[in-house]
Design a binder for this molecule. Sequence first.
Ligand code: MCN
Length: 780
Amino acid sequence: MGAEGIGARIARKEDKRFITGKGRYTDDMVVPGMKHAMFVRSPHAHAKITGINKDAALAVPGVIDVLDGKQLTEDGIGNLICGWMIHSKDGSPMNMGAWRPLADDKVRYVGDAVAIVVADTKAQAREGAEAVQVDYEELPSATDIEAAMADGAPQIHDEAANNLIYDWEIGESTATDAALASAAHVTEMDIVNNRLIPNAMEPRAALGLYDEAEDHYTCWTTSQNPHVARLVMSAFYNVAPENKLRVIAPDVGGGFGSKIFIYPEEVVCLWASRRTGVPVKWVADRTESFLCDAHGRDHISNVKIGFDSENRITALKVDTIANLGAYMSLFSSSVPTYLYATLLSGQYNIANIHANVRTVYTNTAPVDAYRGAGRPEACYLIERVMETAARELGVSPAELRRKNFVTEFPHQTPVIMAYDAGDFGASLDAAMQAADYSGFAARKAEAAGRGKLRGIGMSCYIEACGIAPSQAVGALGAGVGLWESAEVRVNAVGTIEVLTGSHSHGQGHETTFAQLVADRLGVGIDTVSIVHGDTDKVQMGMGTYGSRSGAVGMSAISVALDKVEAKAKKIAAHLMEADEADIEIDSGELKVAGTDKTLPWFQMALAAYTAHNLPEGMEPGLKETAFFDPANFTFPAGCYICEVEIDPDTGVTEVVQFVASDDFGTIINPMIVEGQVHGGVVQGIGQAMLEGCAYDAESGQLLTASYMDYTMPRADDIPSIDVSTTKTECPSNPLGMKGCGEAGAIGSPPAVINAITDAIGNNDLTMPATPQTVWAAINR
Ligand code: MCN
């Protein structure tokens, strides 16, 4: 490792521009003639549109046009799609209703887009939007799972009878039932995983530009995967042919999954630019973000876990219903199925697993991935039921887990996943030591002396990330293969540009990706530029989600670097009249091993472009492209331990200690990884204790559409988090990396709830465990 290479704890290169206000976000983009848009949104949860009168809006000074869903349909703009096909257990394909970018017959949730108003200023667009008169015939609505599944529930899409999208299963039902029937002990629980609303610092935004002269479209957008956005908008939405559409995702201020999807707004802004002849910019206000960004989680489940007389798990049976909201967003169908049920085995050796998953439409915002989609729900379920089983069996939660850990790898679970490497015992030991687990009883007694309830809870998580293997995800119904690409360009002066299909929106790629290059080529990170987020600059890419940029994106860079190194060595050997096999690359030089002959890196690069005597048959230049498609997912795993103190009179709960021990394989930058874990754990504590999304059952209104009602975690809600790592290398990528971006959000909620329920001695507690909820549980 050089001072800036793999493993170096160095500050993020990109932070200078972010913390000095020089980041360039979609809203910073200004193009000549640009106008502003405001969407007219449904105030009703469920209603027929019976008429739209635009006259008053068109009379508002500055309003250029008002466009609606009928015009969008006339122009042939397609339905928004869910690209991951799921079949019900009877073999039928999922029942997907249409999602029009602008609703033209019916609105299905509060915030559903109905029309776009384009005006000279944002204020005029807002005034225009308020003046559009939409006539609605209100329909009864259903916002939660039970209401949507009740007899006589409102029918949200004609295609989905009883609002059921699919009824899917995985694993062996009969064998699991039989194992449960003969178990020495069965623990059964009903588990709710609360709905979350993502809150990126930068709200979503889009700027659509149609250039009539060139017949060309450009879309600046807050996207985690601009190439996928271009592909989908071109291939499915009929917005523009792919060769005439450029999508740019400049600096993006946080995504956490919610900016993976292609939403109505970017499609409509592009189309509106063509219709109106002016560039159209839309920037969501915070209320729009609450209403319309894809929400996360929202599951209800029943789980049964069986043990033999030696407390070994014999069976796990899960019945889950997931709320997918009013429309099926891009990956929504995969979240409660392949991203969830395939991880139900947790860190444990379980011979029999069966899960049944039903998904339903409701009159709420679409639900899709949110930091850790599917996997947090699986982890919460298995780690809550393990802790509960330990309490029922009267054994230590740590030892019950340890007894059931998978210890041999590779390990094939009964639910598709093949865990490739891990040492779950090592994480457990490290976390227990860091948390001074054995000293807990004394701390509890001391707290009791102060009138406080103290509790400890753990969670041993595993997740599958590095979302790729094209063959695997293809076989499971994903509409596309999920590899990643990279191009490494060595310029004639020896500086290096890396073009990557990954997108960074807070994860520090400009630093870690440069560290990899620095490590391999012996150059400083400042001679390396990372280029991403622009479909005109970067070859095709698959973007960032499922903590894939390290394991998949950096691996593509690594393979491209192999090719660059090989060619550089050939050139150097030729110029130094040495054997290619003797060339070493070190500290910015190419050296002939065992001699004092060296060639500076930049001279080799210059020669690659300018030499008249390159090796026979060699093409000039030095740039290489690679597409990396791993053989398996990566499986980060770890142990989180949370300790809380509760005031029994008020229910006010303080997280007094949080310990995270993670296995992320090879670590490129420990400081960035720790930051990722901190961010994830904070979001997990937020889910467990603070963030409660609520719709009014009667009216279907979102009751938590502002920070007055939806509580995000703040610094004073969070203790100093103790992060450490253990290491088993991932065998399916050349760097041995496992993803770290979602782990914190996946592993932490059950640790928190296990700690609170331990403190209060009542296991009947749902998230978010607000003071009121905790107080009620104490007094139940
Ligand atoms: N890294 C490392 N060593 C490892 C693994 C990762 O040094 N063993 C580094 C990577 O090089 C990268 C960062 O850690 O700089 C995160 O890498 P990775 O785990 O591969 O995750 P991605 O970069 O693909 O980011 C996606 C992940 C997801 S899915 C969400 S959601 C999320 C997250 O990361 N959204 C985020 N972290 C976020 N962090 C911020 N600040 N903002 C978001 O929107």
